[in-house]
Design a protein around this ligand. Structure first.
Ligand code: SF4
Ligand code: SF4
Length: 119
C-alpha cells in the first residue's frame, strides 16, 4: 500500500492530477491518500518527482515496534486490572496467539493470491 512521507512531499500536485480515481488531495501543502478508495495501482509512486510516495515495506520496523509496545501495554494492564502479576504472562501468551493467527491469515491469503497468477 502506498503512503506519503510528508517530509519529502513538496505538494506539487502531480500525484493528485494523475491518480485515476481521484483519491489523493493536498492537505496543508502535503499530499494525502484516502486509503479507503485507493486501488493500489502504483501510479503515484512512479510519478512522484521527490520519491515521497513510499511502499508499505518501509513501515515494517515501525509496525513491529508498535506491536511489541501494544503487547507490553496490554500485559501491564492485565496485571493491573486483574490485580495479579501472573496475568502478565497469560496476556503475553494470548497476544502471541493473536499474532500467530494473523500470520496464518497472511500465509493462507498469499497461497490463494499465488494461485491467481496461474489463471
Ligand atoms: S507527486 Fe510527490 S511531491 Fe508531488 S504532491 Fe504528490 S507526493 Fe507530493
Ligand atoms: S496507488 Fe493509484 S489509486 Fe492509490 S493513491 Fe496512488 S495513484 Fe491513486
Amino acid at each position: 500500500m502506498p503512503w506519503i512521507n510528508g517530509e519529502d512531499c513538496i505538494g506539487c500536485g502531480l500525484c493528485v492530477e494523475n491518480c485515476p480515481i481521484g483519491t489523493i488531495s493536498i492537505e496543508n501543502g502535503v499530499a494525502e491518500i484516502d486509503m479507503v478508495n485507493c486501488i493500489h495501482c502504483g501510479i503515484c509512486h512512479d510519478i512522484c518527482p521527490k520519491d515521497a510516495v513510499k511502499h508499505d515495506s518501509e513501515k515494517i520496523p515501525d509496525e513491529v515496534k508498535a506491536n511489541v509496545t501494544k503487547t507490553k501495554e496490554f500485559m501491564y494492564a492485565c496485571a493491573k486490572y486483574l490485580d495479579d502479576p501472573k496475568e502478565k504472562q497469560k496476556c503475553l501468551n494470548r497476544m502471541i496467539k493473536h499474532f500467530n493467527k494473523e500470520k496464518i491469515v497472511i500465509e493462507k491469503t498469499l497461497e490463494k493470491l499465488q494461485m491467481l497468477k496461474k489463471k
